[in-house]
Design a protein around this ligand. Structure first.
Ligand SMILES: N[C@@H](CCC(=O)N[C@@H](CS)C(=O)NCC(=O)O)C(=O)O
Length: 192
């Protein structure tokens, strides 16, 4: 999002494998001890503001800079649907998929199947939405252009092969992901 906006920013690495998300300094801005979080020294009314939760960060930046959040109330509602879908479903379910298939010290077949099935369902829902968007001449997930919904969904989708095994039967998803990967700002961000 920051690369797309072309605004200046400084990255502070928080190494969650070393527990740095539990330091008092980080908890002061992110009480849920999860990345990402930001501090904007020029927040509302010129005062600094800290923000945690990726959806809140994206809507804040979209509103502050007036970009990637549609042109009408209706369009914003459509973008919100897919932004909330990501933060409430896609992200958490793929996270649980990763946890039980990759990190869990004990292999629990029920949990692995549960979250792999749910991942497949969510990717299929996303593929269907993109098919509807493509049918109305739109390349992106929601509304009438590139938005914070695409930005939110893209990062997890980079690991679709790991979540699903084989990415097959999702043609509209794959063409959208390739389009996202071709964006210069996305390439710059990934290179970081
Ligand atoms: N709902 C949060 C989820 C963020 C999240 O899951 N962050 C993970 C890394 S991808 C994390 O910081 N985990 C550290 C921990 O759980 O202690 C958001 O969208 O910002």
């Amino acid at each position: 999002m920051l690369e797309e906006l072309a605004v200046p920013y400084t990255i502070h690495k928080v190494d969650i494998s070393k527990g740095e998300q539990f330091t008092p300094e980080f908890l002061a801005i992110a009480p849920n001890n999860k990345i990402p979080a930001i501090v904007d020294p020029e927040g509302p009314d010129g005062e600094p503001i800290s923000i945690f939760e990726s959806g809140a960060i994206l809507t804040y930046l979209a509103e502050k800079f007036g970009q990637f959040y549609g042109q009408s109330w209706t369009e914003r509602v459509k973008i919100d649907e897919w932004l909330f879908w990501q933060v409430g479903g896609f992200g958490p379910m793929l996270g649980q998929n990763n946890h039980f298939t990759v990190y869990a010290p004990e292999k629990v077949p029920y949990a692995i199947k549960r979250f792999q099935d749910e991942s497949r369902r969510l990717y299929t829902v996303l593929d269907g939405q993109l098919r509807r968007q493509h049918a109305r001449g739109q390349d992106y997930v929601a509304g009438n252009g590139y938005s914070i919904a695409d930005i939110a969904i893209f990062d997890w989708s980079q690991s679709a092969e790991r979540h699903l095994g084989a990415v097959e039967g999702l043609p509209d998803f794959l063409s959208w992901r390739a389009l996202m990967q071709s964006r210069p700002a996305v390439q710059r961000a990934l290179a970081l």
